[in-house]
Design a protein around this ligand. Structure first.
Ligand SMILES: [Zn+2]
Length: 572
């Protein structure tokens, strides 16, 4: 799962016109309501087990694959294992050129610390900040050297402009033209969970700032934000940023108008707020109350960003189970899990292999088990089913974004996405949070599947984690495809196990660190329960004559599902 909300993605225009009904094709006669208790379905569900999930995870998270870093033999080894496994299930290749792979060309941009700098000028004098201690820079994907000289800084709250939802930091008419904007990471708690997640995206904030004429961004985090882990930011920051590259060699990230972007540690915030009309503590308090804010700071900043660029080859893997209905088999339900993790990096406690057992060997293992379940059906579903294993999720959902924009199956036929990423396997699966269900008709199949399995549905207990934008389903949402991202809820069934505390502890101590390995107390039967739930949900979508649709007037449906996107940025 991707965590750094400052990722830079240039959004194009959503071009997929979402059609309700049968997409203009004539389906075979409706076989009647889809039932979930047919003997064959019960047999398939009974066949889904924890043991194969443990087996796949053990292979994928082994030190031998060295954390599945981009462009490494370990990543290739993981993809080969996935390919061998789906081949053994009899699934067909659906990548490029009749094979399983889809090539994804990437560009890695890394900040050269020596030669990069950040200076803050205040009435008290000039202060040079220390890289890695006070601040980090985002590498520029377009330019080796780019700078901002002595620019004015405007603090713009969360940097969120959502007037239709009753919140706008820019609403008081803040003038940011030719200036640097500074904002808090995250988005106001008054927004609904998934809309809050959307507006917390660094890409959305940057696009808004650039649209208003800003030339740079500075983001920082409230001291009580649970996502703030500076050591992890520094460690993963050393690996730089990635973009996918189109056929003309253009990266999908970077904006010529934006000449620098920094993120600050608390010491950097202190420097930036020197002499400010309001102290930082006051703006944190106002932000916590969802009060829009914007005012000019008393400091001016200079940023020099020096970057190196390296081309890296990576690949997605696409496997397909062909549908049985001649009219519907060109439509696809897509299951997605990301294979990549951080490879070898900065050592912590003497360990430099970021195994990514939970993130996301677990999701890959579950999708493999779902694929095996489909392959055992004697009656194939009416629509086709794709099993998509993607690269570079940790670098900003790049492999899934590449596929969603360059699909190897007909684009208009992608009817739904179900993503598995770090579903949370530390206790039995008693309740779920189906991110995305409230936005589309997918609420029906997931609700029916959960009821069939005796699993409850919970509301998002951690909206501040902005999970709706943090995995590969969001790449499909951006192309107008109704999607689900199902996570475990906090019920454990054991009074001595506090689900909320287990979740928070994992995020604090393990997530994106080398100790996300197989020594953790995984509940593989919870993994099997996720596989059953996702199988049953997607199977209904593959069977139902009517394809999923966004709810009328839905925020994401309007933004991406047919109507032109309001997001700006260079179109690639
Ligand atoms: Zn991750």
């Amino acid at each position: 799962m991707v965590w750094h909300v400052g990722f830079r993605v240039a959004f194009g225009v959503a071009v997929l016109a979402l059609v309700t009904g049968c997409g203009g094709t004539t389906a075979s006669p409706d076989p009647g309501p889809v039932t979930l208790d047919a003997p064959e379905i019960t047999a398939v569900l009974d066949g889904i087990q924890g043991a194969p999930i443990r087996q796949h995870m053990s292979v994928l998270a082994d030190d031998a694959l060295e954390g599945r870093g981009l462009g490494t033999a370990g990543y290739e080894g993981a993809l080969s294992y996935v390919e061998k496994t789906v081949t053994s299930y009899g699934l067909a290749p659906a990548g490029e050129g009749g094979g399983f792979r889809q090539r994804v060309p990437l560009r890695n941009s890394v900040v050269v610390e020596d030669g990069s700098s950040m200076r803050v000028q205040s009435a008290a004098g000039k202060r040079t900040l220390v890289y890695g201690k006070d601040y980090l820079l985002g590498a520029d994907p377009l330019r080796a050297d780019v700078r901002i000289d002595d620019a004015a800084v405007v603090f713009v709250g969360y940097g969120v402009s959502a007037p239709a939802l009753g919140y706008d930091d820019y609403g008081t008419g803040a003038d940011v033209k030719g200036k640097v904007v500074a904002y808090l990471s995250g988005a106001p708690a008054m927004l609904p969970s998934n809309e809050r997640a959307y507006y917390s995206s660094g890409a959305v904030k940057e696009a808004e700032a650039v649209r208003r004429g800003a030339i740079g961004t500075i983001s920082f985090t409230s001291p009580d934000d649970p996502r703030f882990r500076w050591d992890v930011s520094v460690a993963t920051g050393k690996q730089g940023g990635y973009a996918w590259v189109d056929a003309q060699g253009n990266p999908n990230r970077g904006d010529p108008a934006l000449r620098g972007s920094a993120s600050l540690n608390h010491s950097g915030v202190e420097a930036l707020f020197a002499g400010a009309p309001k102290p930082a503590a006051e703006v944190f308090a106002a932000a916590a109350k969802s009060a829009p804010q914007a005012f000019a700071l008393a400091t001016r900043v200079s940023l020099v960003t020096r970057s190196t660029h390296t081309d890296v080859e990576s690949a997605n893997l696409v496997a397909r189970l062909e549908g049985s209905d001649p009219a519907l088999k060109d439509e696809h339900v897509v299951y997605v899990a990301h294979v990549d993790h951080f490879g070898r990096g900065v050592a912590m406690n003497g360990d430099d292999i970021y195994n990514g057992a939970h993130d996301n060997a677990s999701g890959v293992a579950i999708v493999l088990e779902v694929a095996r379940a489909y392959s055992t059906l004697t009656a194939r579903p009416r629509r086709s089913v794709l099993f998509l294993f993607v690269t570079a999720e940790e670098r900003g959902l790049l492999g899934s974004d590449y596929f969603a924009r360059h699909p190897t199956v007909p684009r208009e036929g992608i009817v739904a996405d179900l993503t598995l990423d770090m579903p949370f396997l530390f206790h039995p699966l008693l309740d779920i949070v189906p991110y995305g269900a409230q936005h589309s008709t997918l609420v029906t199949p997931v609700t029916r599947a959960a009821a069939r399995l005796g699993i409850e549905i919970a509301t998002d207990p951690i909206p501040e984690q902005v999970l709706f934008i943090r995995s590969d389903h969001f790449s499909f949402v951006r192309q107008g495809v109704p999607s689900l991202f199902i996570k475990s809820g906090f019920k454990t069934g054991d009074p001595s196990k506090d689900g909320a505390a287990i979740n928070a502890g994992y995020r604090r101590d393990v997530y994106h660190k080398p100790n996300d390995d197989m020594s953790q107390p995984f509940d593989f039967e919870a993994g099997a329960a996720h596989a059953k739930l996702n199988f049953l949900t997607g199977w209904q979508v593959a069977q139902e004559p009517v394809r999923p649709a966004w709810n009328p007037g839905d925020f994401f449906g309007q933004l991406f599902g047919g109507a032109p996107s309001r997001e700006t940025g260079p179109a690639h």
